[in-house]
Each structure stands twice: as structure tokens, then as C-alpha cells.
Design a protein around this ligand. Structure first.
Ligand code: KG4
Ligand code: ZN
Length: 344
């Protein structure tokens, strides 16, 4: 008997049905990209309203595609942290309602741990713990030491923007649409990544496992609209492509540098990655090269499991197997605080 997983942490309404063997029987994702595109970023109020409209049809679609009745659901799992509070509450309310009406266990899971669990879905038992986890998404850029799929210890994170947010903002500066990551990646294919010398803040600071992307974003802004100028420059297609490629290169190198440092500092040679930005092919190949240099196993999930989805809610089986079941008092935690541990 399978579980239903629900995911509404940001701007994707998603539901999936997953068996205890971690087989994905269905996975439905309703993207809200078209609703947020004109604002070039996620508008929390619009996201919440869209979740309200979509959550029930998406759950129905997930059960239909899995070929089961709702009454066959054995447990209901929901991502409760971190995320936009309005969005989280819609998924949580739906999960509570279904779990209590079916009288089945309710499980709350961590969205970041779930992103990394996509590696378990993709690679199965090949993934052994402890591992280092990298989450690179629109809301997070974080490194963890994973003692088990659900025990994450923070090693570092961004001190300002998330890397995906930088992709989205730079895309906007270059006149591209939202979400910016895939469009920057496409434009960058025609550009020279060495054409602009852009900063890589904190990348060479070997004392910490933190990231910073706001200085890189501002540097791109100044190439488009120099500080003393009255107007933004009008860039040729080639100039835009060169800037996109140089930005992407700087962002990728900044991320990869800290994964390498985490391997050195922890001595751990297994790395799991997840989050929308890890769908980026330049990042994926840079991570593979890093793995070869450090003789580390870098597990990168297939693209459809990198961006937000509910299949990664399979992590709820780990909670069930540890008897970590919630009740109807389960609450959403938009900004979970993780105490960072020093790593020597
Ligand atoms: O994991 P995700 O779907 O949602 C969050 O939890 O944030 O990540 C979305 C982010 C967006 O910032 C998007 O621009 C970025 O992932 N992204 C990419 C690519 N595909 C998605 N960034 C760079 N290259 C990509 N191919
Ligand atoms: Zn995410």
C-alpha cells in the first residue's frame, strides 16, 4: 500500500504516490511559472491562491495516474519546512484533512532533506551515509553533513541570495523570462564564459563553507547599467550571451569550490545534490569533474527530480520506518533554524 506525498513549499503544487519500496507510482507537478512570470519572481500571495485552486485536482490526478483509490492510501506525507508560509499551510491543511478522514498516519518532512533524497530514489542502496549534501535552489544554497536521510547537520549556507535567485535576477537584467535559470543556461551556450571577469565572493575563503551571490549579481548589473550612467546599455545578442555565460561560470565555480572544500574538511567522499539549480548542465559536469579530482562519488539525480516535485516526499517512508509519525498539531515552519556546526 502506497503513501501520498504533497508538496507546496513555494510555487509548485505537487502530489505523488510512492510505494514502500520507493517506487514512484505517479508524480504530478503543476508549475505556476506563468502566473509569476510577469513579476519575474514568486509572489507569495499569488502562489498561495493558486495552491488553493490546484491542490485537490492535483491529488486526484496523482491517485488516478497511480491507478489507486484514495481509500488505498496508507499514509499522507507533506513538506512542512522551509518555504513560504501561505504555500506551506495549503499543503499541510490538505494533508491533515485527508489523513484524518482516511484515519491514516500523517508525516511532516523537510523539503531540503527531500531534495537530497531524490538521490536515494535515483541511486537506491548505492547511496551510503554519511554523505555531504548540497541543496542549490531558488530559495536555498546550503551544505549539509547527512548522517542518515533525515538527520542533516548544517555545514554552511548562503549569507545573502540563493544561487537560483541570482540566476533569476540576472535573467531579469538580461531581459529574459522567469524562471531565469534554464533561460540563462540556454543563452550562455552561445557566449564566452571567459569574456567578463566577474567576482566569486567567498569562493576562495577556505575558512568557511558559506556562499555569497549578491556581489556577483550586482557586478552583472553594473555591466548592464554602469554606476554613473543615466540609462542601461543596449546590449547586442552576443554581449548578452557573453554576460550570461560569464555569470553562469562564476556561479558554478562558486558552488563547486565549496563542495570541494566540504569534501576536504569532512573527509566524506559521498556527495548528494538536489534543488532546481542542479538541473544546470554546466554545474552537473563541473560537479562530475570535481568528483574525479577528489575521488569522491557525486550523486546527481535526473533533471525531473532536481526541481520541486512530490516524488522526493518518498523520504516520508524513512520517517515511518523510524516511527516518526505526526499528529493533527503538526505545524508549518517557514524558516527553520539550523545551528551551524564548525568543521575543522
Ligand atoms: O528547487 P526549485 O524548483 O525550487 C526551490 O525550492 O526554490 O528551484 C528553482 C530554482 C529557480 O531559481 C530556477 O531558476 C533554478 O532553480 N533553475 C535553474 C535551472 N533550472 C531551474 N538554474 C540554473 N540552471 C537551470 N537549468
Ligand atoms: Zn525546492
Amino acid at each position: 500500500m502506497p503513501l501520498l506525498a504533497i508538496e507546496t513549499t513555494c510555487d509548485e503544487t505537487a502530489a505523488a504516490i510512492i510505494s514502500q519500496e520507493r517506487r514512484i507510482l505517479s508524480s504530478v507537478v503543476a508549475s505556476q511559472d506563468e502566473l509569476h512570470a510577469r513579476w519575474r519572481g514568486v509572489v507569495p500571495e499569488i502562489a498561495s491562491r493558486a495552491h488553493v485552486e490546484r491542490i485537490i485536482p492535483i491529488i486526484d490526478q496523482a491517485t488516478n495516474e497511480a491507478g489507486i483509490q484514495q481509500s488505498q492510501i496508507e499514509a499522507v506525507a507533506v513538506a512542512i519546512r522551509p518555504g513560504l508560509i501561505g504555500s506551506l499551510l495549503i499543503g499541510l491543511s490538505a494533508a491533515k484533512a485527508i489523513a484524518s478522514s482516511l484515519q491514516v498516519p500523517l508525516i511532516g518532512y523537510d523539503h531540503l532533506a527531500a531534495h537530497l533524497y531524490a538521490c536515494r530514489l535515483a541511486f537506491g542502496e548505492e547511496l551510503q551515509y554519511p554523505a555531504i549534501g548540497l541543496v542549490a535552489s531558488g530559495g536555498h544554497t546550503s551544505l549539509f553533513q547527512q548522517h542518515s536521510p533525515i538527520a542533516l547537520q548544517a555545514l554552511g549556507g548562503t549569507i545573502d541570495d540563493a544561487v537560483g535567485e541570482a540566476f533569476d535576477k540576472v535573467a531579469s537584467l538580461l531581459g529574459l523570462g522567469y524562471p531565469g535559470g534554464p533561460q540563462i543556461e540556454q543563452l550562455a551556450q552561445n557566449g564566452n564564459p571567459r569574456s567578463h571577469r566577474l567576482p566569486r565572493p567567498l569562493a576562495n575563503d577556505s575558512s568557511r563553507l558559506d556562499f555569497s551571490f549578491s556581489g556577483l549579481k550586482t557586478a552583472v548589473r553594473y555591466r548592464v547599467w554602469p554606476p554613473q550612467a543615466q540609462h542601461a546599455r543596449s546590449l547586442t545578442d552576443q554581449e548578452r550571451a557573453d554576460l550570461a555565460a560569464s555569470f553562469q561560470q562564476a556561479a558554478v565555480e562558486s558552488v563547486v569550490a565549496k563542495v570541494g572544500l566540504a569534501i576536504q574538511k569532512t573527509g566524506c567522499r559521498v556527495v548528494t545534490v538536489g534543488g532546481g539549480v542542479t538541473a544546470n548542465k554546466v554545474l552537473r559536469s563541473a560537479l562530475e569533474d570535481l568528483g574525479k579530482r577528489h575521488r569522491a562519488t557525486i550523486l546527481i539525480p535526473p533533471m525531473n527530480l532536481c526541481t520541486d516535485n512530490a516524488a522526493m516526499g518518498a523520504i516520508a517512508w524513512e520517517h515511518i520506518e523510524r516511527n516518526d509519525i505526526a499528529n493533527l498539531e503538526l505545524d508549518a515552519r517557514p524558516n527553520i533554524y539550523r545551528k551551524k556546526q564548525p568543521v575543522r
